[in-house]
Design a protein around this ligand. Sequence first.
Ligand code: SF4
Length: 381
Amino acid sequence: MSIRPYRDVIRRKSRQIFVGDVPVGGDAPISVQSMTNTLTSDAKATIGQVLALEEAGADIVRVSCPDEESTKALKEIVRETNVPIIADIHFHYKRGIEAAEAGAACLRINPGNIGSADRVRDVVKAAVDHNCSMRIGVNAGSLERELLEKYGEPCPEAMVESALNHARILEDNDFTNFKISVKASDVFLSVAAYQGLADACDYPLHLGITEAGSLFSGTVKSSIGLGMLLWSGIGDTIRVSLSADPVEEVKAGYEILKSLGLRRRGVTIISCPSCARQAFPVIRTVERLEERLAHIQTPLTLSIIGCVVNGPGEARETDIGLTGGGKGNHMVYLSGMTDHKIDTDGMVDHIVDLVEAKAAELEAAENSDPAPSLLSTRQSA
Ligand code: SF4
């Protein structure tokens, strides 16, 4: 029994599949995905972007494979990177087979869109032969004509029916190693479709609000849609789709999961908006700290609060705290207790040193205790 039941998220029971070495579904941590926007045929550029996404914490990365040059480059991309790579295939079943042969860990493919039963069978065989899972990706913008005629417009029922139709094709080929998404750019439609699908099957679900928009508006929209689903226990892997650098998608994905206590990674900064009472420039300090602490992977909390109104209270709940004080005498808290004072000059460097030391201490403790924690290995990695 949790001591704070109001924070509990009871996850929907889903079966587990693997995307490479990353488990998706069941009790696996909710994984964070992104997608490259380089030309996949430009292996060098794509490898560079995948590595940047890995650095940001992406668990899985998807690349488009629109042509043969892309699936040719995929082999090198898989070899030179560490995270499992999903090949995004539309219509061309041969690209699916080539991608599986090239080492893709998963194919994003809709079996109903690739033509004859023979073609589906060939793709499934390639997936089985190369230990490749799949994702059925239904999108409200590209629903089958007969479903649009049946329902009149893209609606949750049509999306669920489309997903289950694709699923049945794979099941008929004895293939159940897949996850499903039902994305829409409309939050209501997407959420309702996922809720319907969650009730209708136990496949792991890949969540996303598609074409969500720019960094700011897309993050807000995704946070509402994904946040609502995740809070109700639905979702096994997520992608925040943004018209922005894909690294931002990973950062946004983690923030959503961290807000709900579903993942822990890196420094979570609690900071006040600042006002006339601030005893140091809060906004600039937080910006600089975010930048300087981006490399920390160990989960820990840091409060940066402009004055004593809320500073001591927040500091009590964080690993390291800073509260602005009069005449440049700011209080530093360690593990919730007042520890020492610091002035504004050199404050950022000092906090960075403290955080790095705390992270090293926590890592050493983790390494000496092999017992798996609640949010262990990949979840905190
Ligand atoms: S904590 Fe202090 S500085 Fe920050 S917003 Fe509140 S009153 Fe203003």
